[in-house]
Design a protein around this ligand. Structure first.
Ligand SMILES: [Zn+2]
Length: 184
């Protein structure tokens, strides 16, 4: 299935060797990295880690065009929503000062709503495979937990468990960082 991910376990360390392919689809990596952060507890100790994972050029371009779509939607929303409110208020003869206040609020709401709706619409019009492709790239990896099983060090983690959408990326990541694949 397209949404399957690979669960891996690697020793906990400061730096990891990162493969040069997209961590979501396994295609050649572009120049942008995506930060994946995790704060967690293992026993009584707190751990936190940040990974910078490569994304493919195709997604980088798509993310850029989605940002532009969002911006266009935000501007349209910020103009249209106050205009609609103004026209409705005028039709019902509402006091102008109330209309101005409402229009101010409507600009703010229109910004967010317009941006959201524009991206939702552009994505909804595409086939389901594209939507799952986008979803995989927006959440390409997740650090699940920190674990330790050394009985002489209770409450201390020495490994972390991560899931990747790209099985190829997971295999290379494990090979470069002396980890193991847990599940596929
Ligand atoms: Zn990709």
């Amino acid at each position: 299935m397209a949404d399957n991910f690979t669960l891996v376990q690697v020793p906990l360390k400061k730096d990891y060797e990162i493969p040069h392919i997209c961590c979501s689809c396994g295609k050649p990596a572009g120049n942008r990295r995506r930060k994946v952060a995790f704060n967690g507890m293992a026993g009584t100790k707190k751990y936190s880690i940040v990974l910078e994972l490569p994304m493919c050029e195709e997604y980088i371009q798509k993310a850029r065009s989605m940002a532009i779509t969002g911006l266009v939607g935000a501007v349209a929303g910020a103009i249209l929503l106050p205009l609609i409110i103004y026209l409705i208020n005028r039709a019902f003869g509402v006091d102008i000062s109330k209309t101005l206040l409402l229009a101010g609020v409507a600009i703010l709401i229109g910004l967010f709503l317009g941006s959201f709706l524009a991206n939702w619409l552009v994505t909804a019009l595409r086939p389901p495979e594209f939507r799952s492709w986008i979803a995989r790239h927006q959440q390409p990896a997740r650090i699940i937990n920190f674990v330790g099983d050394d009985p002489s060090k209770p409450g201390k983690a020495d490994k972390m468990i991560i899931r990747f959408f790209s099985a190829d990326f997971a295999a290379q990541y494990v090979a470069r960082n002396s980890g193991v694949v847990l599940d596929q």
